[in-house]
Ligand binder design. Structure first.
Ligand code: C2E
Ligand code: CA
Ligand code: CA
Ligand code: CA
Length: 279
């Protein structure tokens, strides 16, 4: 059998066909989950490398399934994307994360920023920037509270119009980040064409950076390149002290990763903020 997926035809083996009825079931339960409010937003702290303080967090959606337990976004985001459910889900994440960030700002963390992942479907919505403005207004949040993370592939798929949309969002004060940098198929000219504020270096380049000479060369060059283009650099997936030391030495601006904290529920994030946890 054949199934259209993006621009590729995929030929499924009988084995995977079994999986596709599972997929249908998952799709139905995704719809239900949205109604039943089974989703939660977790927050992974983002830390400034020069002062060691938490400057914000990435919002990462979690699905607390009544039977299966916690389902990974890697499992349901692609399906939500395929079915279009990512649009209402994504808006819910945006709303929830902005409202939460505003509460933290109000309690004294006045420059706290929350970074939200945008999917391709969301990004290709007409009037995306107006929609985001509506959400910010309904929650009563200043645009500088929000950062948006987009992957290279989203921009490749939506090249026309993307620059104008991103410019509108950036002009409002929203931080625009290119996510998973280095893993997609975009060329360096993307850094020139799109109005990014932040470059997030993918975890695959960060891991073993102290022992892997190639990663070391890539990291050093990317940080330098980003700085020369006036972009801030956030390293993802920092797991060891050695990786952290390397990043500090290279003057990387910010980091997130298990070394500092895993993604955590809002209440835990709040405790961490109030205790003033630092690097
Ligand atoms: P991402 O945007 O690249 O998010 C970072 C992922 O790396 C998260 O996985 C996070 O838990 C994980 N991570 C962070 N630090 C470390 C580390 O030190 N080591 C390791 N091994 N992993 C680390 P998660 O939460 O499972 O999310 C996976 C992906 O699902 C995200 O990748 C993002 O593409 C997508 N996603 C999550 N939430 C949303 C959402 O609200 N909307 C959209 N459109 N996509 C989302
Ligand atoms: Ca991200
Ligand atoms: Ca990423
Ligand atoms: Ca990723």
């Amino acid at each position: 059998t054949q199934k259209l997926q993006g621009n590729n035809y995929q030929f499924y083996t009988p084995d995977i066909n079994v999986g596709s009825s599972e997929e249908l079931e998952l799709e139905a339960s995704l719809r239900r989950a949205l109604e039943q409010k089974e989703f939660q937003v977790y927050y992974q702290p983002i830390v400034n490398l020069s002062c060691g303080k938490i400057i914000g967090a990435e919002a990462l959606v979690r699905w607390q399934h009544p039977v299966r337990g916690m389902v990974s976004p890697a499992e349901f985001i692609p399906l939500a994307e395929e079915t279009g459910l990512i649009v209402p889900l994504g808006e819910w994440v945006l709303q929830t994360a902005c409202a939460q960030a505003q509460r933290w700002r109000d309690s004294g963390f006045s420059s706290f920023r929350v970074s939200v992942n945008l999917s391709g479907r969301q990004f290709s919505q007409p009037e995306l920037s107006q929609r985001i403005v509506q959400i910010l207004e309904s929650v009563g949040v200043h645009p500088t509270t929000l950062g948006l993370e987009l992957t290279e592939s989203i921009l490749v798929e939506n090249a026309t119009g993307a620059i104008a949309t991103l410019n509108e969002l950036k002009q409002l004060g929203i931080d625009i980040a290119i996510d998973d940098f280095g893993t997609g198929y975009a060329s360096l000219s993307y850094l020139k064409q799109f109005p990014f504020d932040t470059l997030k270096i993918d975890r695959s380049f960060v891991s073993d950076v102290t022992s892997d000479a190639q990663n070391q060369a890539i990291m050093t060059a990317v940080i330098q390149l980003a700085h020369n283009l006036n972009l801030k650099v956030t390293a993802e997936g920092v797991e060891t002290e050695a990786e952290l030391a390397f990043l500090s030495q290279q003057q990387c601006d910010a980091m997130q990763g298990y070394l500092f904290s895993r993604p955590i529920p809002a209440a835990e994030m709040e405790t961490m903020l109030f205790r003033g946890k630092r690097l």
